[in-house]
Design a protein around this ligand. Structure first.
Ligand SMILES: Nc1ncnc2c1ncn2[C@@H]1O[C@H](COP(=O)(O)OP(=O)(O)OP(=O)(O)O)[C@@H](O)[C@H]1O
Ligand SMILES: [Mg+2]
Length: 225
């Protein structure tokens, strides 16, 4: 079977930076649950951005469903992104819209409106425990609540690949467990889930694969022990 995501000898350098990633190789199959680990600055966010075509590799190849992301036209990127639910460290919430409207936006973009849209927005808000805050503005939410709002927005359009960068960073352990449980539930219905985290010791389950980054290299690739 072809992999859903393939990195072949991927090197990433930012303008004026050293190699942040060097010769990275891995493959993720459809439906896998993957953790990306490593210390601060190891390149976890960079790796996720390469998958989502937010950054392009300096050398090497990134394939998403056999599509070479390094060569993809800019105009084709929005179509590629529709496959993804993205949860990044800076939430990129819209601070001039309320919680409901923030979660509604991806559906509007996909042409889903009216009652069906409202039902899905409320289901997503309910999953992250924010149903009673739908009319509030994001700025009035705590850091952890904003993080959960970003998660609701990422999952509302039922993406086939969910990418989360430190999604539990600002959450207490109860919510962290709930969020990871939510990811596990998506995994169980066939969604490919890729989560970057510093610390996997508190994860309530084992992933299919751990990509451990250290000094630009992928150190360990395979199921954890
Ligand atoms: N846009 C950029 N321009 C230049 N350097 C960058 C850029 N983005 C990241 N870097 C550098 O790349 C390295 C890896 O950053 P990255 O954000 O991928 O690490 P990380 O593993 O996600 O860290 P953290 O755990 O702190 O989030 C860092 O040294 C960072 O300074
Ligand atoms: Mg990061």
């Amino acid at each position: 079977m072809d992999s859903m995501i393939t990195f072949d000898q991927v090197t990433k350098r930012y303008p004026k930076s050293d190699d942040i990633l060097q010769g990275v190789n891995f493959a993720i199959n459809e439906g896998e649950m993957v953790f990306v680990t490593g210390r601060s600055g190891a390149g976890k966010s960079t790796l996720l951005k390469l998958i989502a075509a937010i950054e392009r590799p300096t050398h090497g190849t990134v394939l998403i469903n056999n599509q070479n992301v390094s060569q993809i036209r800019n105009a084709a990127i929005p179509f590629l992104r529709r496959k993804f639910g993205l949860i990044f460290q800076d939430h990129k919430l819209l601070y001039d819209r309320n919680c409901f409207q923030n979660v509604l936006l991806p559906l509007s973009i996909n042409g889903i409106t009216g009652e069906e849209a409202a039902k899905r927005v409320r289901a997503a808000l309910d999953k992250v425990g924010l149903l009673n805050k739908e009319k509030m503005m994001p700025i009035t939410l705590s850091g952890g609540e904003q993080q959960r709002l970003a998660i609701a927005r990422a999952v509302v359009s039922r993406p086939s690949i969910l990418i989360a960068d430190e999604p539990t960073g600002n959450l207490d352990s109860t919510y962290a467990h709930d969020i990871l449980g939510l990811f596990k539930a998506f995994h169980q219905v066939g969604v490919t889930v890729i989560v970057a985290m510093h610390d996997t010791s508190n994860a309530p389950f084992q992933p299919d694969q751990i990509l451990h980054l250290s000094q630009g290299r992928l150190l360990k690739n395979g199921a954890s022990t």
